[in-house]
Design a protein around this ligand. Structure first.
Ligand code: FES
Ligand code: FES
Length: 169
């Protein structure tokens, strides 16, 4: 048995049928082919499956696909957030900052980290270090560290503030 849902994924309206037992990450990966959202633990522990649902980060391994009905989902393949919007095939300012200060980590955890940072900066353009740490606390890395990710967050916040000052003058 499947249930019909209507959802918006990365700005695109989609109508489809989902198994009521399937998770959002399986909908994204298996039905929509958006494999940038990764699966690590399936227990809401690692954050590899992080996506943005109606503006808030969720661990998509623990959200039912049917819960996306009538809601908006953003994955790493989306290009809609940030003061400087990326065009398809280009990096947005968060991704670019990750690259420039070596905040990008392995391909496994980085998409979820980027989504958490996008959501943080959309809600809080000038986060303190403590707020930044809290925002990425659900994205686990078992091999490198978080210092450069915090630097990337600061860099984007400062660049956006500077760009805003320039346009306000
Ligand atoms: S796969 Fe969802 S939190 Fe680890
Ligand atoms: S889990 Fe990705 S760099 Fe550690």
């Amino acid at each position: 048995m499947s249930v019909p849902i209507s959802t918006i994924v990365n700005g695109q309206s989609i109508d489809l049928a989902v198994d009521p037992r399937s998770t959002l990450v399986d909908l994204l990966r298996e039905q929509l082919g958006l494999t940038g959202t990764h699966v690590g633990c399936r227990t809401a522990s690692c954050g590899a499956c992080t996506v943005v649902l109606d503006g808030n980060t969720v661990k998509s391994c623990c959200v039912l696909a049917a819960e996306a009905d009538g809601r908006s989902v953003q994955t790493i393949e989306g290009h809609v957030d940030g003061e400087r919007r990326a065009r398809p095939g280009e990096l947005d300012d968060v991704q670019e900052a990750f690259v420039q200060v070596q905040g990008m980590q392995c391909g496994f955890c980085t998409p979820g980290m980027v989504l958490s940072v996008r959501a943080l900066l959309a809600a809080n353009p000038d986060p303190t270090d403590q707020e930044a740490k809290a925002a990425i606390a659900g994205n686990l890395c078992r091999c490198t560290g978080y210092v450069n990710i915090l630097r990337a967050i600061r860099r984007v916040a400062d660049e956006r503030a500077h760009a805003k000052e320039s346009t306000d003058v």
